[in-house]
Design a protein around this ligand. Structure first.
Ligand SMILES: [Zn+2]
Length: 125
């Protein structure tokens, strides 16, 4: 589970949208049948949203640990069917997570990596 400093306001009209560790967010209540997903409240814009909003796990019904297991198997090169069998989830669930994870990877890379090394094919002659 992420700590509050890892989250940011998901209301794109909020002046503090996208700012992490700014002190405007608090956990307030839970969502989901089993109440395992925390709700986040923004003091700046008064918005409430799930801690999963804007993440790979948005709209995902799997528990955090199981979703992470799916992603770990994929990272190690398992196919979607094999991953589904090993983790015990439907292959379509795996496919959905792959699509989300891929879409999140680029902006995260661009945020975390200051610059990418120049691609070089070696000396050209
Ligand atoms: Zn806000």
């Amino acid at each position: 589970m992420p700590s509050i400093e890892h989250l940011c306001c998901q209301n794109c009209e909020c002046p503090d949208a996208g700012r992490r560790g700014h002190g405007n967010l608090t956990f307030r209540g839970y969502s989901g049948k089993t109440r395992r997903i925390r709700m986040v409240y923004c003091r700046t814009c008064k918005a409430r949203f799930s801690e999963r909003k804007g993440t790979v796990l948005e709209q995902c019904r799997l528990p955090d640990a199981k979703a992470l297991d799916v992603l770990k198997h994929l990272r190690e090169g398992c196919g979607t069917r094999a991953t589904g069998r090993l983790v015990g989830v439907d292959k379509n669930t795996v496919t959905r997570l792959v699509a989300r994870a891929g879409a999140h990877a680029r902006p995260l890379h661009e945020e975390l990596v200051a610059f990418s090394p120049q691609y070089s094919r070696g000396p050209t002659r």
